[in-house]
Design a protein. Structure first.
Length: 321
């Protein structure tokens, strides 16, 4: 294949480069979610009312369009960040592809890398539909929630650069694995419930968009209750780690989840008590991204796929064969 021959001419990515690409993928996917929240709380979602153009007849903001310049540039900046996400996704695919050329068994690594540009396409479509729907609260919620599995997959990609491709060997008992699945499921329920709180609250988008017609207090209680359930499952999972004498690295990941989740819960409570100031909404979204990253890291650390074999290029005679 011509593309394969072109990629094969590239220098083999070092261990540091592979790690950097994985980290960049995580940061890019998480950051686009945070900047999206800035668009929302500032009511800038319709700063660029058309898509893919910003305003009719122009890809960039126009100050004579009747829309506040700040709102235009906030939304336009969020769209520009998508370019960065695309570039990072492309680099991730090329890096994984270059690794696989020397190590053909690394098909899983390449598949994970391809989820990055695949996610960009998905988000572009969802984002376009969101704009066309005039930022109805539920379309914005879907747009945000579509980002969350991409952050999770980016963490898996980062881990894949540093592990082998042997069948996953669990480091926790079957009961612990079940709890971990439930933990991940409840995490997404917490995130989904959070979008309903925002949809009914004071920062659900442009002033002319429809809000979720439900009491914010009740939605916040559901959101908080699900977080409590998440923490209870996390505590039970810790008992499973004690039962099997889990390795130090897994305990470290577990501790990070507790720190991030408790901090996020505290931030959410403070945010609610202060009347949901704009800046704290975006910090809360940043915390949500941190919870996803920490939980996904715990997930990857709970199994072993053997030693990584692709931190260095394969011997020349093997690649020539």
């Amino acid at each position: 294949m011509p593309f394969t021959s072109l990629v094969a001419r590239l220098p083999y990515p070092s261990a540091a480069v592979q790690r950097a690409v994985g980290i960049a993928a995580v940061l890019a996917q998480a950051l686009i979610g945070v900047t999206g929240s800035i668009v929302r709380v500032t009511g800038s979602g319709l700063g660029c009312p058309t898509w893919p153009q910003c305003v009719a007849g122009s890809l960039v903001p126009k100050h004579d369009s009747g829309i506040a310049a700040l709102n235009q540039w906030i939304e336009f900046g969020n769209r520009l960040l998508t370019v960065v996400v695309i570039l990072v996704a492309a680099v991730a695919v090329i890096t994984a592809w270059r690794v696989q050329i020397d190590h053909p068994s690394r098909t899983r690594l390449v598949k994970l890398a391809w989820t990055m540009p695949g996610g960009v396409v998905l988000q572009a479509v969802v984002g376009g539909l969101t704009v066309l729907a005039k930022l109805e609260w539920w379309t914005v919620a879907i747009h945000f929630l579509a980002t969350t599995p991409l952050v999770w997959l980016a963490v898996l990609l980062l881990r894949a650069f540093r592990e082998g491709d042997e069948p996953a060997r669990p480091l926790v008992p079957a009961a612990g694995r079940t709890i971990l699945v439930l933990l991940a499921a409840v995490m997404w329920l917490v995130l989904a419930a959070g979008t309903t709180v925002t949809g009914a609250g004071p920062h659900s988008g442009d002033i002319n968009t429809h809000r979720l017609d439900a009491p914010v207090e009740a939605l916040a209680q559901v959101h908080g209750g699900l977080l409590v359930l998440y923490l209870l499952l996390l505590a039970v999972f810790g008992l499973q780690l004690l039962r099997v004498g889990a390795p130090k690295q897994l305990w470290q990941r577990y501790t990070v989840v507790w720190v991030v989740a408790v901090a996020q819960g505290g931030l959410g409570s403070l945010q609610y008590a202060l009347g949901v100031p704009e800046a704290m909404v975006s910090f809360h979204v940043l915390g949500a991204m941190a919870v996803i990253v920490a939980t996904a890291s715990l997930w990857t650390g709970s199994r072993d796929r053997g030693p990584v074999v692709s931190l260095t290029p394969a011997p020349r005679e093997l690649t020539a064969a």
